[in-house]
Design a binder for this molecule. Structure first.
Ligand code: ATP
Length: 273
């Protein structure tokens, strides 16, 4: 991906098949994002106005970013990624300028998808960032109003959709949830047992597994593991095998068991909505 000061632009290689579980969610994103971006003319022909924005929320490490990449890949669209926290940390005026430039580039290279990670930082609730007692407009407010203006300017069927992700949906400003902005709000849940099994299959695709490895059983024993945790678990199992014998070519059940003993899940019950 090419990087220009806080924005990356890429043609993502992540496909729907690289994301385990989340069948219904993938279908929703396909229809709400992939179709209008890929077939914007069809939407115009039928007079359907596509959504402008979709907000993904859910605990960290559960594939919000991967979903944005997969939908961009499927829609054959360029993906522009921006981090809300990074925009927020810039000098006054710089964040807004970058935001405007990115929308402009996205228009020029449409079809495109804009992805805002940590969106709660871009659009903090008005006044929640303090330092506003003298009536000055805060950085968060300036970014929010720029984002709103840019989103309102997207108009019909331009082949651009904005995706945003957050772990803190309650910190998102209500103005972003008004009609014509982030009209679709989707919860990305942590993987259930089925999802964990599919994620384990994905992250062991390139590994040679011993006949004693039972991924279904591992899925059963990894409650509260995120997708990112499961990816780490598979990598660590491979590392255990290598530490045992640097010429090892197969990962066995004992390596997974050792890996499970050394890793803790990221989630707690209270984090699951
Ligand atoms: P954050 O909120 O921390 O940005 P996120 O929800 O955007 O996290 P990702 O960055 O998409 O999560 O996930 C981190 C890594 O975990 C991914 O690179 C991917 O390899 C793995 N992962 C997460 N969920 C899945 C999944 N459902 N299937 C396969 N891999 C997954």
């Amino acid at each position: 991906p090419s990087i220009t000061r806080g924005v990356t632009k890429e043609f993502s290689k992540v496909s729907w098949d690289d994301i385990g579980g989340l069948k219904d969610l993938k279908k929703k994103l396909q229809q709400a994002v992939e179709w209008p971006v890929k077939h914007s003319h069809a939407f115009a022909r039928l007079g359907i106005s596509p959504l402008r924005g979709v907000l993904l929320h859910g605990p960290p490490g559960c594939s919000k970013t991967s979903l944005a990449k997969a939908v961009a890949h499927a829609a054959q669209a360029s993906l522009f990624s921006l981090s809300g926290a990074e925009l927020y940390s810039k000098y006054v005026g710089e964040g807004e300028a970058l935001l405007r430039r990115t929308f402009q580039k996205a228009r020029l290279t449409a079809p495109s998808i804009l992805f805002f990670d940590e969106a709660d930082a871009i659009a903090p609730k008005r006044g929640s960032h303090g330092g506003n007692s003298n009536g000055n407009v805060t950085i968060g407010e300036r970014l929010l109003s720029t984002l709103l203006t840019e989103m309102d300017g997207l108009e019909l069927a331009t082949g651009i959709i904005v995706l945003a992700a957050t772990n803190r949906p309650h910190a998102i400003d209500a103005a972003l949830l008004r009609p014509g902005r982030f009209d679709l709000v989707l919860y990305v849940p942590p993987p259930d047992i089925e999802g964990r099994y599919e994620i384990l299959l994905i992250h062991t695709r390139t590994m040679k597994l011993g006949a004693d490895v039972d991924l279904k059983q591992i899925a059963d024993k990894t409650d509260l593991f995120t997708g990112a945790d499961l990816q780490g678990l598979c990598r660590e199992a491979g590392m255990v095998a290598l530490r045992e014998d640097i010429s090892a070519d197969t990962v066995y059940d004992r390596h997974f068991r050792a890996s499970m003993l050394s890793l803790k899940p990221s989630l707690t019950r209270s984090m699951i909505e």
